[in-house]
Design a binder for this molecule. Structure first.
Ligand SMILES: CC(C)(COP(=O)(O)OP(=O)(O)OC[C@H]1O[C@@H](n2cnc3c(N)ncnc32)[C@H](O)[C@@H]1OP(=O)(O)O)[C@@H](O)C(=O)NCCC(=O)NCCS
Length: 168
């Protein structure tokens, strides 16, 4: 087990070459994972979409190992979080917090003033992450998710504010 509290990462735009690794993390992370086609649409077919990958840094060098990613849309003045995941063996080391912080900073630079997302009600890790980053629950969508059927918690950050993470 990795006992480091923070894991140094480099965040950069994902490319088609990264899809294999992203799909593996996605499959380890969700009961209804995105397919390759869905990632390809976000990469190539949607002008509002941004897909960024986090690579581990060791001894000051990016190793190339992708350990997490975030996909979001910037639509007019709003950031919409589409998916976010971290490789299971390196969770709880601040990687998702850094990806969220990056997404919000990027979105703000594009003119966004608020951010929204949906999360499974049982996903306490993600809900804890988003609350810690400043999102607040705004509504519940009953039985929104399938596989398994579950409510969605809608969360919002309005106005958009960027909290510094441990790695900042
Ligand atoms: C949710 C997820 C992205 C968090 O990634 P991470 O890199 O481990 O998150 P961080 O280390 O940045 O954690 C930040 C905060 O989130 C909360 N958190 C993270 N994991 C948690 C867990 N298992 N239980 C409770 N709270 C948790 C804590 O408040 C944590 O702060 P702390 O460590 O100081 O207590 C990761 O667990 C994951 O990939 N899960 C599966 C995919 C998923 O659910 N994605 C979100 C879909 S909307």
């Amino acid at each position: 087990m990795n006992t480091q509290r923070t894991h140094r990462i480099l965040i950069e735009r994902a490319t088609a070459q990264d899809l294999e690794r992203l799909l593996r993390i996605e499959q380890e992370s969700f009961s209804g994972p995105w397919t390759r086609k869905m990632f390809e649409v976000e990469l190539e077919g949607n002008p509002f979409s941004y897909l960024f990958a986090a690579r581990s840094i060791y001894d000051g060098e990016a190793s190339g190992d992708i350990v997490g990613y975030v996909c979001f849309w910037v639509v007019f003045n709003e950031v919409r979080v589409m998916t976010l995941a971290v490789e299971p063996s390196v969770r709880r080391q601040g990687i998702a917090s850094e990806l969220v912080q990056f997404m919000l900073t990027f979105g703000r630079a594009q003119g966004a003033v608020r951010a929204i997302l949906e999360v499974r009600a049982s996903n306490l890790a993600a809900r804890g992450l988003y609350e810690q980053m400043g999102f607040r629950q705004t509504a519940v969508r009953t039985k929104y998710y399938a596989n398994p059927t579950e409510d969605a918690i809608l969360m919002e950050m309005n106005p958009l504010e960027i909290k510094l993470t441990a790695n900042s």
